[in-house]
Ligand binder design. Structure first.
Ligand code: COA
Length: 148
């Protein structure tokens, strides 16, 4: 949350360029969201069709080790990668799937790890924090992210 002086134009505010200053602060502070849902039946068809090549192209070693071929977990992470790309707002141009990683905290809570171009893009947008939530049922997997 902004301090009183920053919003109210107190003594510490930056004078003639205040609007520009506030504008840049606002755009950097903006929240970004991303969400995606994956149908497990459709996802299983993709897995069957493309097999190991698909897994190696989309997932990091750590993700594969955690998922252990569990379709729901793999689908949730696919949804997460789509959701992260939505929050970044760049689509898939130039970004590789493996540059968007779902990491796992000791509590089991999922987190976001970025690498390569994806990391550079996030830094360029002023994004330094991510919150990710996953859920899966027998039919679908969903991921929701917030970035700021
Ligand atoms: C964590 C928990 C809420 C998952 O709920 P669920 O209905 O069984 O399963 P869902 O499909 O909705 O969610 C599963 C996902 O929850 C996430 N998850 C696991 N532990 C988590 C935690 N501590 N905090 C946030 N998310 C967590 C994981 O990403 C998991 O997906 P994954 O198996 O692909 O890694 C449930 O296992 C639980 O109640 N655990 C004990 C209490 C707890 O740790 N609560 C966390 C919130 S405070």
């Amino acid at each position: 949350m902004m301090g009183h002086g920053e919003l109210g134009g107190g003594r510490g505010s930056p004078g003639p360029n205040r609007l520009e200053f506030l504008g840049s602060r606002a755009s950097r502070a903006a929240l970004r969201v991303g969400v995606d849902i994956v149908e497990l039946a459709r996802f299983e068809c993709i897995l069957r069709r493309h097999g190991t090549r698909f897994l190696q192209r989309v997932y990091t070693e750590a993700e594969l080790a955690y998922c252990r071929h569990n379709v729901s977990r793999l689908a949730a992470r696919w949804a997460a990668k789509e959701a992260i790309s939505k929050a970044l707002g760049t689509g898939w141009r130039g970004i590789r799937w493996r540059e968007l990683e779902v990491i796992r905290e000791p509590s089991g809570r999922p987190g976001v790890g970025l690498h390569g171009l994806a990391k550079d893009i996030a830094e360029g947008c002023g994004i330094s924090h991510w919150a990710l939530s996953l859920s899966h049922s027998s039919e679908s997997a969903i991921a929701f992210v917030i970035a700021w």
